[in-house]
Design a protein around this ligand. Structure first.
Ligand code: SAM
Length: 276
């Protein structure tokens, strides 16, 4: 019997439940959307949308929004949120940022991807697909974590996690390369966009919880965030669970600015804007 081969990218994000992490990100998701200065009517694509941290506020401000994500559970969670909020011009669907099958050329005024498309395995295909799906005169906006930046919380969390995980397969391109200016220029360049049309600025995203301490936040990543779940599974085999946990808790404590027992972690990211 023929079986569909497992797509490791999809399996990674369906493994956990990113909705549990996304609850820490709602405020900044709204702030990112607000900062775009959009004037509806417009059609927006949110790529790697999860359960709608940015897709929901985009729809609330009047855009017609399609959220595309590779994880079936997150698409279902997004559609549930949209229905609950009565947002009938917001639809979530399954799809792969490397190949936006079924999405027509020049379909969207805005293609947004906040820590989403950066996790797709074929970055050149992703850049080409984002350019293809966006109308001339439209905009692509990406939020990407920055490698080796001590203030880019998730990049540090992933760096620690990967140091406990077996090396990736040959040919694996790190998602963190989307946080490096030269890669961005090269990838969009191959998709036909000259570098003068690309702006790259550092910005800050917040992981906030009034009632979860940094220890609880790390616990959430351990239970619900695919890459960290994998790191704990590998650490368990090597008897290194406590070491991994301690490093992550130290990181979260060091970055936490809350003084009331909760968590507020400012995380630097690279905001990429491509003008088509
Ligand atoms: C860190 S989460 C961010 C989710 C959302 N943008 C947010 O800010 O809450 C990364 C998201 O990218 C999605 N993703 C990963 N690889 C993808 C791909 N190849 N195509 C589409 N979505 C992908 C994951 O399923 C996950 O929802």
């Amino acid at each position: 019997m023929n079986q569909t081969p497992i797509n490791p990218n999809k399996a990674l994000w369906e493994k956990g439940d990113f909705t549990e992490i996304a609850t820490l990100m709602r405020h900044s998701g709204e702030a990112v959307v607000k900062s775009l200065g959009l004037r509806p009517p417009l059609r927006a694509l949110d790529l790697g949308c999860g359960d709608g941290t940015t897709a929901v506020p985009l729809a609330r401000m009047g855009a017609e929004v399609v959220g595309i994500d590779i994880a079936r559970n997150l698409v279902a969670a997004g559609n549930k949120r949209a229905a609950k909020a009565g947002l009938n011009r917001l639809k979530f669907q399954e799809g792969d940022a490397c190949n936006l099958e079924g999405v027509g050329d020049d379909s969207f005024d805005l293609t947004l991807s906040v820590f989403g498309a950066m996790f797709a395995p074929k970055p050149h295909d992703v850049a080409r697909e984002m350019v293809r799906a966006t109308k001339p005169g439209g905009r692509i906006v990406m939020g990407n974590w920055i490698p080796n930046d001590p203030t880019s919380f998730v990049s540090q969390l992933l760096k620690i996690s990967s140091s406990f995980t077996p090396p990736p397969p040959e040919g694996f391109v790190s998602p963190m390369t989307w946080g490096v200016n030269s890669h961005i220029v090269e990838r969009f360049g191959q998709a036909g966009v000259p570098k003068e049309k690309i702006s790259m600025d550092k910005d800050t995203f917040y992981f906030n919880s009034e009632d979860k301490s940094p220890v609880h936040v790390v616990e959430s990543f351990r239970r619900f965030y695919g890459p960290t779940m994998n790191a704990f599974e590998a650490a368990e085999k090597n008897g290194k669970v406590d070491e991994l946990n301690q490093q992550l808790v130290e990181l979260a404590h060091a970055q936490n600015t809350s003084t009331n027992g909760g968590t507020s972690i400012p995380a630097t990211f690279l905001r990429v804007t491509v003008y088509l």
